[in-house]
Design a protein around this ligand. Structure first.
Ligand code: MRU
Length: 349
């Protein structure tokens, strides 16, 4: 199985996702600033993966601060703030940093910085390890939703590359495929950065799961022709009412699925739920630079000076979501009640 990241005691090794599928390159981050840069550049991407990467970034930050003059705790908080500022939408990033700072707080007030650093390292390793178990439970919980022989459509990449282990939506797909429930996956290419073409198609192909790549604007036609029986995606943030932020284009897939009477599933861990936000209207949506839209593969495809709108995510209203697959089971409407029950069970953010 491909690994998005690995902790190697003195550095965080990231698989450079911007180089895939052309070449397999690794980035060895020994400095937390390099981790922050990798998150910004999407060298590591996907909600759970950036959470885990930021957690290890904080370990590298703490390591740098040990033995330095000045207040360790306030310097650590500055590193945390920098890591938080890398990307705004995926709540897993903030969840992981909060969890790391809580681990630091659990060390007694007069604990040596070295002891805090070692507690942070333990917590980051736990975050990464837990993601593997969470991915497995999501996969098992979701697979049963697919009648044998289904073809499914997915958008963006919610696979091993986007997490620490098997993936969320692609974890479900992999498990359902092993059970004979999924026969083929249609992968949207996912403009502008092609996570579907470069990463999802690559992951599925490597795993031997039949995959057909389509451009985003083909999804409606594929559904109208009866070529898929379900759609499944991951998520970057799910609010208390069940609205789902995910890669730009997800909303269009959900609308199309509703029009064609196809179930639209979201697979996500509890760390992707933002219990503090009432609805998707409150989710900060990242906007990225115009070059991602005005060129493709380094070749300019639009006139110089053209105005561009480049939101990296959209929000799918809860009414279009058939079910949300979590490690604690499958949630269905009414989502406000189902998500409140999940929060009470887990003691969420
Ligand atoms: O901009 P990206 O590539 O980080 O966006 C990723 C997605 O939108 C994924 O679908 C989401 O993070 C779920 S990953 C399990």
């Amino acid at each position: 199985m491909v690994r998005s990241l690995a902790w190697q005691t003195d550095c965080l090794r990231l698989l450079n996702q911007t180089a895939l599928p052309g070449s397999t390159e690794y980035i060895d981050c020994r400095d937390w600033r390099r981790v922050a840069e990798a998150i910004r550049r999407l060298e590591v991407r996907g909600a759970p993966a950036i959470g885990a990467a930021a957690a290890f970034g904080l370990v590298l930050g703490a390591r740098e601060l040990v033995g330095r003059p000045g207040d360790f705790r306030s310097a650590l908080l500055k590193v945390a703030e920098e890591l938080r500022s890398t990307r705004p939408t995926a709540v897993n990033l903030f969840w992981a940093i909060d969890r790391m700072l809580a681990a630091a707080d659990r060390c007694s007030g007069d604990a040596e910085p070295a002891a805090v650093m070692s507690a942070l390292e333990k917590e980051a390793v736990a975050i990464a390890r837990e993601d593997e178990a969470v991915n497995r439970r999501i996969s098992e919980n979701g697979a049963a939703l697919f009648p044998p022989g289904s073809a499914v459509l997915t958008h963006c990449n919610a696979g091993a590359l986007a997490t620490v282990a098997f993936g969320t939506a692609l974890g479900v797909i992999g498990e359902a495929w092993r059970q004979g429930r999924i026969s083929r996956v249609f992968a949207d290419e996912t403009r502008p950065l092609l996570q579907g073409a470069r990463l999802t198609a690559w992951e599925l192909h490597q795993a031997g799961i039949p995959v057909t790549l389509i451009t985003d604007n083909m999804a409606g036609w594929v559904m109208q022709r009866g070529m898929v029986q379900a759609a499944i995606v991951g998520a970057d943030r799910i609010t208390a009412n069940g609205d789902v932020a995910n890669k730009i284009g997800t909303y269009s897939v959900a609308v199309l699925a509703r029009e064609h009477g196809i179930p639209f599933y979201v697979a996500a861990p509890v760390s992707t739920f933002d219990f503090s936000l009432d609805s998707g209207a409150d989710i900060p949506i990242e906007e990225r630079g115009p070059a991602e839209v005005t060129s493709l593969g380094g070749v300019r495809t639009a006139p110089d000076g053209i105005e561009v709108f480049n939101p990296a995510f959209d929000v799918t209203p809860n009414r279009l979501v058939t079910a949300i697959i979590t490690e604690h089971g499958v949630l269905r409407a009414p989502y406000r009640e189902a998500i409140a029950a999940l929060r009470d069970k887990k003691g969420g953010n």
